[in-house]
Design a protein around this ligand. Structure first.
Ligand code: MN
Length: 443
């Protein structure tokens, strides 16, 4: 009863969030990222096929195998069908209530006291695999990818570098600014990124050159659930139900290419060479304990237009995710030195909520489809130390970052590995993580 009072105001809390419950997968108990209370969805490679899975501690649960053994109980037809596909698209298309039902079935299977009675401990053991033994695929076949610009400190800092006379455009506080990105170059964590070549402007002359200003961008991935029909916008109050889950996204950026090409239409070659994604989708249900009010508007703000202004979204539309960026250079790797943390941040620095992004994206009639992907925009804090990209942290490369082994970085060099991580913590709840998103730079 105390717990109920403690979480007053939070929607969607049920027994699957109970911090006192443990799993028979021993590594899950106290796991910093994937305890019983998380249960993120992903896709792993199994021979020539791909199969759906749930991460639990250091293991993964093979969902199709669990279903075929009847270990998930009676599932609705469309849920059972979704489990037997090779991407999460069909699962994302399920109504929020059915996704929640599946989470509860997985939770019951993985709880400490269940396997003996239901399927037997030995059988249960055959449903899990060490996560280190499998290769993960992209979670979904992404039809469209949109990159927002919702990190207000990032927008201000970059504006100061590119347009000091007007760092934040007049539209910024009225709509979630975005551009349409490139879905074909999305890759799962672990895929090396090739240093791109395109036009850059050197001493006033355009040349075709490999980028000399390769950067990363620390963003959240937002995975779209059920879509909408063309010309049928999604209202702000129901928009959250169209978000299936969250991950980490590295929007690799070539700043010299970007600076020359972007006016007036925005990023193109400077962004479209590759975007990296963490493989596990932390579901909106798992995120229920970590919702926070949306960022407060400044004194004197004239007010958000009604189609972006919902009561529940204002109260709990934000996500409280701590994010971290690490680098490991080739020299560090050869010397056996651990990755060095470059920055820490929080998704509470996002000016716009996921629901506001969904409402704005569809207000003109654009249809979203299950498995579509949003990037939130780079997450930076107000201080210059805790920025989500090197462009801001080094002020365009002018103030290189010093690494513990004496190396410095204005921008990324070949052999550098960038690692993004994300965590959620709240008193009274089990902490969960988003896993990691990594990639090595290749020349
Ligand atoms: Mn970006």
């Amino acid at each position: 009863m105390m717990k109920k009072q403690h979480v007053a105001g939070l929607d969607g809390i049920d027994e699957t969030h109970d911090a006192t419950r443990r799993s028979w997968v021993a590594s899950a108990n106290g796991h910093p990222e994937f305890p019983l209370q998380n249960l993120p969805m992903g896709v792993f490679r199994a021979g020539s096929r791909a199969r759906l899975a749930v991460a639990i501690g250091d293991e993964l649960l093979d969902l199709q195998a669990a279903h075929e053994l009847g270990a998930l109980g009676e599932l609705r037809g469309e849920t059972a069908e979704a489990i037997q596909t090779e991407t999460l698209n069909a699962w994302m298309a399920l109504p929020a209530a059915l996704r929640r039902e599946l989470r509860q079935a997985v939770w019951r299977l993985l709880c400490e006291n269940v396997p003996e009675g239901v399927i037997g401990a030995r059988l249960a053991g055959s449903l899990t695999l060490p996560r280190s033994s499998v290769k993960m695929a992209l979670p979904a076949a992404v039809g469209d990818y949109t990159d927002f610009y919702a990190g207000i400190h990032h927008a201000s800092n970059c504006g100061e570098i590119f347009r000091p006379e007007l760092p934040l455009q007049p539209n910024y506080r009225h709509l979630p600014v975005a551009y349409h990105g490139r879905a074909s170059t999305l890759r799962p964590s672990g895929t090396p990124v090739r240093r791109p070549s395109s036009q850059i402007c050197q001493d006033g002359q355009p040349v075709l050159s490999a980028t000399e200003k390769l950067d990363y961008e620390m963003e959240l991935a937002i995975w779209i659930g059920p879509g909408n029909d063309l010309a049928h916008p999604i209202g702000i109050e129901s928009a959250a139900e169209h978000v299936a889950g969250f991950g980490l996204l590295n929007d690799w950026s070539a700043r010299d290419i970007q600076a020359w090409e972007s006016l007036p239409l925005g990023p193109f070659q400077g962004k479209n060479f590759m975007t990296s994604l963490s493989p596990w989708v932390v579901t909106s249900d798992a995120m229920a304990p970590f919702r926070v009010p949306r960022m407060a508007r400044e004194a004197g703000h004239p007010g958000t237009l009604p189609y972006l202004d919902g009561d529940s979204d204002a109260r709990a539309g934000g996500v409280d995710i701590a994010v971290e960026v690490f680098i490991q250079t080739a020299r560090m790797r050869e010397a056996g030195e651990a990755p060095h943390r470059l920055s820490r941040g929080s998704a509470t620095a996002l000016y716009w909520t996921p629901a506001q992004m969904v409402a704005h994206h569809t207000v003109g009639g654009c249809d979203l489809r299950p498995g579509d992907l949003f990037g939130t925009g780079t997450i930076s804090m107000a201080s210059h130390q805790d920025c989500g990209c090197l462009l801001e942290m080094t002020e365009g490369g002018k103030k290189p970052v010093a690494l513990p082994n004496g190396e410095t970085r204005g921008f990324l060099q070949d052999g550098d590995e960038v690692i993004l991580r994300g965590f959620c913590a709240r008193e009274g709840f089990a902490s969960i993580g988003l896993g990691e998103c990594r990639g090595v730079v290749q020349g």
